[in-house]
Design a protein around this ligand. Structure first.
Ligand SMILES: *Cc1c(COP(=O)(O)O)cnc(C)c1O
Ligand SMILES: [Zn+2]
Length: 416
């Protein structure tokens, strides 16, 4: 189905622009976002027309930026929504669902946003893909670029997990490791955009198109719940883009009459070692004070989050809350999720589950309402984080006796 996007609109002053490669407002420097003709969409878009679409984010193409002739579709999205009763029991909640975004082409939710960004980039005539990344975005950009035969330049902190660097480099693009943190990387990329306006930086000059991809998390959750809204959703926060667009996705589906009910309450999740949004939220501040990140949750380690103020608005208006959890809790909850549900998440998933538990304990998350937790990246991406604790139970010699002894059956062996 054709896209009902109409162009770009300034999130601050409402100025409108055509759907070209710009990301900030000429008048007020506010961030731009994609706008839609929801009235026209309403006349065409039905549950049935969506259900007849492809098993990827492009089943919601009517509510995504115009991808031109064909989208750049490596198969992002339409990931499982699993009922998690065993984990729910441990956490003391009634109805828990996991949105399992480990199951994307490159193992993280970033494939959703990159598929959108590069589709728009191709429509606009770009031929080189680039990004500033905490790791997962670089992997996804490099993979999607390889898929369409484009060169890519991805820029990451040089000290990222080895597994993340390998996953970005394997696709053959240029990977620049910056001696600094993500906020240094991002500053550098803003300068590079000025020098190379012909490069499509997914999360810089293509950011309005990139961001829209996250709405598909909300769309899928509604459709997979049988066209029902959850009461509460827990979302991991890096720049805050995913969070604000998940909110936008639920809003659009409600405005279109595709689903009925109240806007779900959204809850944020951060690691204490990089918790600028949680800190501002609990201090009652309107501005987010940048932090210097120090946490194992590297994919969420953005100390100066671009969408921070919008997340704060959304949290306050919606009656949400924001968790802040230690690295020890992150590791514990990666294990808890794996042991109870068979899902291996990266550190960001540990942040989400640990934050969920924290907010249930302090009563801001309603344990009797339905809850969806977004598990945004695969555990293989951060193997280093668990490699010391998740290891062989016993080392034994290759004999039955040794195996039985290790398993606690030594007396049986002795008796027989
Ligand atoms: C990028 C990322 C997020 C969220 O990023 P935002 O910048 O807040 O949109 C969450 N989880 C993982 C694993 C990520 O890589
Ligand atoms: Zn403006």
């Amino acid at each position: 189905m054709k896209s009902f996007s109409t162009g770009l609109i300034c999130r601050e002053c409402g100025a409108t622009y055509p759907a070209d490669a710009r990301y900030s407002c000429d008048f007020c420097f506010g961030p731009l976002e994609v706008s839609y003709d929801l009235e026209a969409a309403k006349a065409h878009l039905t549950r049935e027309s969506i259900e007849a679409g492809p098993a990827s984010i492009w089943r919601y193409g009517a509510l995504l930026p115009d991808p031109g002739e064909t989208p750049v579709d490596l198969g992002a999205g339409w990931t499982p929504l699993r009922r998690a009763d065993r984990l729910a029991k441990v956490l003391g909640v009634r109805e828990l669902w996991l949105k399992d975004d480990t199951r994307n082409p490159t193992g993280s939710f970033k494939d959703r946003v990159v598929s959108c960004a590069l589709s728009s980039a191709r429509r606009l005539g770009f031929t080189t893909a680039a990004c500033a990344s905490t790791g997962n975005l670089a992997t996804s950009v490099a993979a999607h670029a390889a898929f369409i035969g484009w060169p890519s330049v991805t820029i990451i902190p040089a000290d990222l997990e080895k597994s993340k660097i390998a996953m970005a480099a394997i696709f053959g693009g240029i990977v620049l490791g910056v001696e600094g943190n993500y906020d240094d990387v991002n500053r550098l990329c803003v300068e590079l955009v000025a020098e190379h306006p012909d490069w499509a930086f997914a999360n810089v000059n293509l950011r309005p198109y990139y961001a829209e991809g996250s709405k598909t998390l909300a769309f899928e959750i509604v459709e997979q719940l049988g066209w029902r809204l959850p009461d509460q959703v827990v979302v991991p926060l890096a720049s805050g883009s995913q969070f604000t667009k998940v909110a936008k996705g639920f809003r659009q589906f409600r405005e279109l009459g595709l689903v009925e009910g109240d806007q779900p309450r959204l809850f944020g999740a951060q690691a204490t070692g990089c918790s600028p949004i949680a800190t501002a939220f609990h201090a009652g501040a309107d501005v987010v004070t940048p932090q210097r990140p120090h946490t194992i949750a590297r994919s969420l380690a953005i100390g100066n989050p671009a969408d921070g103020p919008y997340v704060l608005d959304e949290l306050r208006q919606g009656g949400g809350d924001c968790g802040s959890v230690s690295d020890a809790e992150v590791l514990e909850c990666i294990g808890l999720l794996a042991e109870t549900e068979g899902v291996f998440a990266e550190t960001a998933g540990g942040v989400t589950i640990a934050s969920l538990r924290q907010m249930v304990e302090r009563g801001t998350l309603d344990r009797d309402g339905s809850i969806v937790a977004i598990i945004s990246g695969h555990g293989l991406k951060t193997l280093d984080a668990v490699a010391d604790s998740a290891t062989v139970t016993h080392t034994i010699s290759p004999s039955l006796e040794s195996a039985q002894a290790a398993l606690g059956f030594s007396e049986l062996v002795a008796a027989s």
